[in-house]
Design a protein around this ligand. Structure first.
Ligand code: ZN
Ligand code: ZN
Length: 309
């Protein structure tokens, strides 16, 4: 009998929404910044603390003329103002720490860092809005403002991040690429393995019955028959020769319809395969599942939801 598909991935056809509690728990367990290349993580971390500390820090220069001859004019609280107001002795302009930055019109600054942190974890704007109790519209505005602030903060981080927010397929990080290679290698081994122990009681005394695809065995202990895929998420999944290509397409973010067209799989098969392969990857290569879910939600906007011809 095929193992039951865990709830985690069996219930969503589009990226997780608030209904998909278990999938969201899985995403929340993702180590922060894991999706980013290692080389960019310090900058990403720095950007988080920039968002956290900027609103309460003091300016060094006038945003209009860059003069350093500035002075505090109106402390926060004066006439109900939320921030310290400064003036420039050279150009006489008044400003605060956010003047001239992409963040100047945003409110709820205590939520800026959590917003960006969830974003790094791969959550959609809508989900983050729900987590933080802000409107979808605010979440979209923040997204644009933070992208612009990131561009000012670190060009490389911004370039990578922007590329991975766009709707085209973008490259895996080296880390994800290595995980994908290891996963494909394991799939390949499954095809050629000829000494699998009994998955029911673990008896090592077995007899190989056939050596076709997914070698079949009989256990001397419990006498049950099994093959290389029995009691794994991939039991009864056919077309082994397509698995490596399927896996790559899934992880980099192709949707069921696109994959179905490329590999000649029906809609019900691509649906089943997605659930089973996510489950297969989850145990040993959770990063690949994180990538898949992230890329899926990122590319959702470009993919028509209805049937395509
Ligand atoms: Zn000035
Ligand atoms: Zn057995």
């Amino acid at each position: 009998m095929a193992p039951a598909i865990p709830q985690t991935f069996s219930t969503f056809n589009i990226p997780p929404t608030r209904r998909h509690v278990e999938t969201i728990d899985f995403l929340l367990a993702r180590p922060s910044l894991e999706l980013l290349p290692e080389a960019l993580r310090p900058a990403a971390r720095g950007f988080l603390s920039y968002l956290a500390t900027l609103p309460t820090s003091a300016p060094h220069e006038c945003p209009a003329c860059a003069s350093r001859s500035i002075a505090l004019a109106t402390p926060a609280g004066t006439h109900g103002s939320r921030r310290d107001g400064y003036y420039c002795r050279d150009c006489n302009k008044r400003f605060n720490i956010l003047s001239g930055t992409p963040l100047r019109l945003l409110r709820s600054e205590e939520k800026w860092k959590p917003w960006m942190s969830y974003r790094y974890q791969g959550f959609s704007q809508e989900l983050i809005a729900a987590f933080l109790g802000i409107s979808n519209k605010a979440s979209m505005t923040w997204s644009r403002a933070f992208m612009a602030a990131m561009a000012d903060y670190d060009t490389q981080l911004h370039r990578w991040w922007e590329d991975h927010q766009s709707t085209h397929i973008s490259e895996l990080t080296d880390e994800a690429e290595r995980a994908l290679e290891a996963c494909v290698a394991t799939l390949t081994e499954l095809a050629v393995l000829t000494d699998r122990h009994c998955p029911y009681r673990g008896s090592s005394s077995t007899q190989v019955l056939t050596s076709r695809r997914a070698t079949e065995y009989q256990c001397h202990g419990c006498e049950r028959r099994y093959n290389n895929l029995t009691e794994t998420p991939l039991s009864h999944i056919q077309h082994m020769e397509l698995w490596p290509e399927y896996l790559r397409l899934l992880v980099v973010g192709y949707h069921d319809t696109e994959i179905g067209e490329r590999l000649g799989l029906s809609k019900s098969l691509t649906n089943l395969w997605r659930q089973r392969f996510l489950e297969f990857m989850q145990a040993r290569w959770p990063l690949l599942v994180h990538w898949t879910l992230w890329q899926w939600s990122r590319r959702r906007v470009s993919v028509p939801s209805g049937p395509q011809t």
